[in-house]
Design a protein around this ligand. Structure first.
Ligand code: NCD
Length: 303
């Protein structure tokens, strides 16, 4: 939680207190079990400077289910395409009575920069900034795992693929560590797993097989072409041979191993269809929980 002009924000996981985390996760589950949502007589604007399906739509549905008004700003039709700064766009929306801005931006740190530059009170929610943070995705992933019965203290969670460019991986590593995860194993092609992510509970391993051996959960990641120099992009079939999660890999994991992916998925590249659509996949449950977790975020920030 950051503070600017007396407003609370959701910028990243590290600024949340342990009480905030516990509240947000338990409220997500309560809402998923059918608890009545608060009524928010507020106005939310979705401002997405990158493509998005599930994140944008779930923020919109979450706001609507709480009775809030929602405005979706299409970049191509907004004044940002005429050279207006993000700060001026935000100030314009606030002047019209917008209470919260849900912002996705390709530049790492841009949502934090806006939070410190804002002169008017408005709630900011980081819906993904460059390679930085994606806190609401981490909250929905943790809520999904928790609801599946995962015991954090004994859990081994594997995160596999393009970790370097993934804000989802960064936010999840922070959140799972704060929740007391037993161990996180990171694996991906050379250059895709930064050493600085290692810690007491986070280790880098060399292969998908090592990552998944005895794991309670595995999260596969998309290769984020848009954030990398295409010359370092590995050959598609070589990548699939080494890093695509197949039913044979799942044999190495614990029998109840959960399979996650933040989406969008690239079938037969990161994940075999038999796994993505199989009994251990929680991919659509993540999407479902995304609406409840974002409702919990709105209640917490605007209620
Ligand atoms: C992720 C994102 O945008 O960071 N997707 C999402 O929010 N559901 C991951 C990705 O784009 O690969």
């Amino acid at each position: 939680m950051g503070v600017s002009s007396q407003s609370r924000h959701l910028l990243d996981i590290r600024s949340l207190s342990q009480d905030d985390l516990v509240f947000l996760l338990s409220r997500s589950s309560e809402l998923a079990r059918g608890s009545s949502p608060e009524h928010l007589d507020r106005c939310v604007a979705n401002l997405f400077f990158e493509p998005s399906t599930r994140t944008r739509v779930s923020f919109e549905l979450a706001a609507r289910r709480l009775g809030a008004e929602v405005i979706n700003i299409e970049l191509a039709r907004s004044s940002a395409s005429k050279g207006e700064s993000l700060l001026d766009t935000a100030a314009t929306l606030v002047a019209m009575g917008v209470d919260a801005l849900v912002l996705r931006h390709p530049d790492t740190g841009e949502v934090h920069r806006l939070a410190s530059a804002l002169l008017r009170p408005v709630v900011l929610i980081n819906a993904g900034d460059g390679q930085g943070d994606h806190p609401s995705q981490a909250l929905l992933d943790a809520a999904t795992l928790q609801r599946s019965g995962l015991d954090w203290s004994s859990a081994t969670v594997a995160i596999v693929g393009d970790i370097r460019h993934s804000r989802v991986a960064r936010s999840n590593i922070e959140l799972f560590t704060r929740l007391g995860v037993g161990c996180i194993r990171l694996a991906g092609p050379p250059g895709f797993v930064p050493a600085e992510l290692e810690s007491e509970r986070v280790e880098r391993v060399a292969s998908l097989e090592q990552a998944i051996d005895g794991a309670d959960a595995v999260m596969m990641l998309r290769i984020q072409h848009e954030r990398m120099d295409q010359s370092v992009w590995p050959d598609r079939s070589a990548y699939a041979r080494e890093w695509c999660l197949t039913p044979a890999h799942l044999e190495l994991a614990r029998p109840d191993c959960r399979v996650l992916h933040p989406g969008p998925i690239n079938r037969e590249l990161e994940i075999d269809s038999a796994v993505a659509d199989g009994p251990r996949s929680l991919i659509l449950e993540q999407v479902r929980m995304g609406v409840f977790s974002r409702m919990a975020v709105f209640e917490w920030l605007l209620g």
